[in-house]
Write a protein that binds this ligand. Structure first.
Ligand code: PMP
Length: 422
């Protein structure tokens, strides 16, 4: 039991109001798609520890891999060889297209994006980075510069980042017209830089920003523009990777591009503190000029766990499962739109879904207060979802990938009931 004073301290410093319920649950146990609080109450987890628990809470095979490795060796640092890090890197690189064959292990998504940005700057000799408005790329001091949601931004110096128009088909000024948004990237380069940039970073479906899928064709156009300006293109797969989108293993594949650098975290470890950066040998060579070192990155326990995650996702055919359950969920949610005018938009792919609430569909006025009420109601009914978007009016549904059609039905029924009580 956590002492009460400690609990208040943790609540104050670690819980983010935009994402969390005003009632602080004390979650003490997890099993696949379910979480249990300290009173023994079970919740259906449709948020997976913010898209982190890919295979399921305490998945037995992953637990076993971590436990067996812990019994042998937990840590010796990467100054020594250990076969798990090589095996894991090889398996991860095998999932990558093109020449993305060099893997660095880190401990979080922020660290992965820090490293990717450093590589981009070293490789190109330029400083300027381009990221999308409404993006989240981390909370460390440099990645906060890439993040473009004021909810998360502290007033600290951040330089050399241009936030371009978000190609958001629902709220964006140009709808789903990818070419017009791509022109904005070119404008930033032409008017705001020397003509050269270090790189461009984007999630292929914005996670924290509220499951916003980029206008079709956008990345292809922008990657060309960035390459012409001497920059490299980074895909942030922290939320979209590992088959969650159902149609593809990586989010960037949905836009038909191959990035120069790919960053990942969260789902890669099913809850272990693990992240990775994958790039080409040519780009990676810039790090050879000094020592790139990370004490815990790629330690044997995390590597054994990460390797087990890749194995389980393949063995249990989770990508296909996400496509199947996700399309059922989206279909039911779209049907719900006909019953509740407050649902302005239902979007997503696979098990990465956003439900945006608005007070009127014409003006798309964010229904922030109503979203908060329904969020609480869902929790009372035993369903945990995420909340996001700049206005906190989007439900984020990103459950562990073992989420079933029955779970999806329960979630939609609970949402239907909660909305009817508004
Ligand atoms: N990128 C994306 C897309 C994310 O969603 C997050 C975390 N929400 C991060 C990077 C940062 O990851 P971490 O919290 O592990 O540093």
């Amino acid at each position: 039991m956590i002492p009460k004073q400690c609990w208040i301290f943790f609540s104050y410093f670690f819980f983010v109001p935009e994402q969390c319920s005003s009632v602080k649950l004390n979650i003490v146990e997890g099993k696949m798609q379910y979480l249990y609080d300290d009173s023994g109450r079970r919740y259906l987890d449709a948020f997976a520890g913010i898209v982190t628990v890919s295979c399921g809470h305490c998945h037995p095979e992953i637990l076993n891999a971590i436990t067996e490795q812990s019994k042998l060796l937990q840590h010796a640092t990467t100054i020594y060889l250990h076969h798990t890090i090589g095996d894991f890197a090889e398996s991860l690189a095998a999932k990558m297209p093109g020449n993305l064959k060099v893997v660095y292990f880190v401990n979080s998504g922020s660290e992965a994006n820090e490293l990717a940005m450093m590589m981009a700057r070293l490789y190109t000799g330029s400083l300027g980075m381009i990221s999308l408005r409404n993006a989240y790329h981390g909370g460390s001091s440099s990645t906060l510069g890439l993040t473009a949601l004021n909810t998360w931004k502290y007033p600290i110096p951040e330089g050399h980042v241009h936030h371009v128009m978000n190609p958001d088909p629902y709220r964006g000024a140009f709808g789903a017209d990818a070419a017009s948004y791509a022109n904005d990237v070119q404008d930033h380069i032409d008017y705001g830089t020397s003509g050269k940039v270090a790189g461009f970073i984007a999630e292929t479906m914005q996670g924290v920003g509220g499951a916003v899928e980029l206008a079709p064709g956008y990345l292809k156009l922008v990657y060309d523009i960035i390459h012409k300006a001497g920059g490299v293109c980074i895909a942030d797969e922290v939320q979209t990777g590992f088959g969650r989108t159902g149609s593809h293993y990586w989010g960037f594949e949905t836009q038909g591009v191959i990035p120069d650098i790919v960053t990942m975290a969260k789902g890669i470890g099913n809850g272990l503190p693990l992240g990775a950066v994958v790039t080409t040998p040519e780009i990676a060579s810039v790090l050879a000029q000094k020592i790139q070192f990370n004490t815990f990155g790629g330690n044997p326990v995390c590597s054994a766990g990460g390797l087990a995650v890749l194995r389980v996702l393949d063995k249990e055919k989770r990508q296909a499962h996400c496509a199947d359950v996700g399309s059922h969920l989206l279909e039911r949610l779209r049907f719900l739109m006909e019953r509740h005018d407050i649902i302005g938009n239902v979007r997503g792919r696979g098990l990465m879904v956003g439900i945006e609430l608005v007070t009127d569909r014409d003006n798309k006025t964010p229904a922030k207060a109503e979203t908060a009420v329904v969020f609480e109601k869902l929790r009372e009914l035993g369903v945990l979802v995420g909340k996001g978007g700049l206005h906190g009016n989007v439900f984020r549904i990103k459950p562990p990938m073992c989420f079933s059609k029955d779970d999806a039905d329960f979630l939609v029924d609970a949402l239907d009931y909660s909305l009817s009580k508004l």
